[in-house]
Design a protein around this ligand. Structure first.
Ligand code: SF4
Ligand code: ZN
Length: 375
C-alpha cells in the first residue's frame, strides 16, 4: 500500500496516524528500506509493506514509548552510510551491511547456544517461499561458510489458490540461484486433499489441519531423504505467540514439547529454529535486503481467522510501547518450559507408530490420520 504525506513529518507519526504499529510493517521510499525515525516530505510517497499479508486493524493513535522519543540519525551506528532500520530496544540505527552482520551474528549465537547444528549435518530447510523461510535459507547459506553442513530445501504446497503458487515459484527461483537442491511436495499427492478442499469439510480451525499435515510431510520426507535435522523459519514473534497461545488454551503438554520432543524417537527428525531469537520485523527486513518480493495482493485467506492473529496484534502493540517484550516472553517461556518438562518426567510418554501411516505418535493413530478420517 502506498500513501502520500500531507505535510513534512516523521514516518512513525504518519504510521500511527493511520493506526499501524511500527512493529507490524516495513517502510520503503523509492524501493529503499527506511527507518520509521526518518522524515518524509510533503507529497512524498511511502510504501507500507505488510509482511504478514493484510493490514493490522488498529485505530489512529500517537507514537508511544521509545518510538515517541526516538531521534532520527542520518548515519548508521557503525559507519557513515544511511540507515535502513532502527532497533528500538537497542536505540540504534543500522545500514544494510551492519544490519546483515548483526543479524547473522545473532543467528550464529542462537545456533551455538542451543547446539542446533554440527559439522556434517544433513539439513532440510522448510522453504515455503515466504519471507521467514527465504531469510532462513540465506542466513544458513552464510552460516555454512564457517560450519560445513549439507542443505536441501523442502517445500510443501498446501494448495491454497492464489497464495502459495507465487511464493513457490519464487522459492524455486531462489534455490536455483543459490544452487540448493529443492524437493516439492503437495497436500494433494501426500494427503489426497488440498487445504482449500479441507476448508469446505473441516470442523476444526483450518490452520490446525494445515500445521499438522505440513509437519507430517516435512518429517516423513526428511527421513526418506536421509536428513538428520529440519530447519524451520520460526522467529521470535512465533515463539512469543506460541507461548501466549499455550497459556490461553491451557495446553501444558504442547508447551513442554515446543522446542524439542519430550522423548526421542528415531522416526522423529529433530526440528531446529535458527531464527527463534530474531523479531519478525528484522527477519522481514533481512529478506527484503536479499531481494525478497513482498506481494501485497497475495494472502492466505484463512490467516485472520486464527486466535494467533489477535495475539500477534496485541504483542506488536506491546512491543511498540515496551521494546523487548517479545524477547522477555520467549525467555520466560524457556524457563517455564524446563519446569513443565520436569513435571512430565517419569510419566508414561512412550511413542508408538501410527496404526494407519506408521509415523511416530503418542496414541494408536496419529493426529493427521485422525483429522483426515474425520473429514
Ligand atoms: Fe495454513 Fe493457516 Fe498458514 Fe493459511 S494461515 S497457510 S491455512 S497455517
Ligand atoms: Zn498416521
Amino acid at each position: 500500500m502506498k500513501i502520500t504525506a500531507s505535510s513534512e513529518m516523521k514516518l512513525i507519526g504518519l504510521l500511527y496516524s493511520i493506526g499501524i504499529p511500527a512493529e507490524a510493517v516495513l517502510l520503503s521510499i523509492d524501493g529503499k528500506l527506511v527507518p520509521e525515525t526518518a522524515y518524509v516530505q510533503k507529497g512524498q510517497e511511502v510504501e507500507i509493506i505488510y509482511y504478514k499479508h493484510v493490514p493490522p486493524l488498529s485505530s489512529p493513535q500517537e507514537p508511544r514509548g521509545r518510538w515517541k522519543r526516538a531521534e532520527h540519525s542520518p548515519d548508521c551506528a557503525h559507519c557513515q552510510s544511511a540507515p535502513v532500520i532502527y532497533l528500538p530496544y537497542a536505540n540504534q540505527h543500522l545500514c544494510p551491511k551492519h544490519f546483515k552482520e548483526l543479524f547473522e551474528k545473532r543467528v550464529k549465537r542462537s545456533i551455538r547456544a542451543y547446539t542446533m547444528l554440527n559439522k556434517g549435518d544433513r539439513v532440510g530447510v522448510g522453504l515455503s517461499g515466504g519471507k521467514d523461510s527465504y531469510a532462513l535459507l540465506h542466513v544458513l547459506s552464510a552460516v555454512r561458510e564457517s560450519l560445513p553442513f549439507e542443505m536441501v530445501a523442502l517445500t510443501v504446497d498446501e494448495g491454497i489458490p492464489g497464495y502459495r503458487d507465487k511464493a513457490i515459484e519464487n522459492a524455486r527461483k531462489r534455490c536455483g540461484e543459490l544452487g540448493i537442491e529443492q524437493h516439492v511436495y503437495t497436500f494433494k499427492e501426500e494427503h489426497s486433499k488440498t487445504i482449500a478442499e479441507i476448508a469446505k469439510e473441516g470442523k476444526e480451525n483450518l490452520c490446525s489441519y494445515c500445521g499438522v499435515l505440513r509437519r507430517k510431510i516435512l518429517n516423513s520426507k526428511a527421513r526418506e531423504l536421509g536428513l538428520n535435522k529440519v530447519a524451520i523459519g520460526h522467529n521470535l514473534d512465533d515463539v512469543a505467540q506460541t507461548a501466549m497461545l499455550n497459556l490461553i488454551r491451557n495446553e501444558p503438554l504442547r508447551f513442554a514439547r515446543f522446542n524439542e520432543p519430550l522423548i526421542e524417537n528415531e522416526k522423529l527428525i529433530p526440528r531446529i529454529r535458527p531464527l527463534r531469537e530474531i523479531r519478525e520485523k528484522e527477519v522481514a527486513a533481512y529478506a527484503f535486503l536479499h531481494g525478497h518480493e513482498y506481494n501485497s495482493g497475495c494472502c492466505c485467506p484463512h490467516a485472520t481467522s486464527a486466535l494467533r492473529w489477535s495475539v500477534r496484534h496485541e504483542l506488536n502493540s506491546l512491543e511498540d510501547q515496551y521494546p523487548g517484550t517479545k524477547s522477555k516472553i520467549a525467555s520466560s517461556f524457556n524457563t517455564l518450559q524446563g519446569i513443565v518438562k520436569d513435571s512430565f518426567r517419569g510419566k508414561n510418554l512412550e511413542l508408538n507408530s501410527c496404526r494407519v501411516c506408521g509415523e511416530p505418535c503418542s496414541e494408536e493413530v496419529c493426529r493427521s490420520c485422525r483429522m483426515l478420517s474425520d473429514l
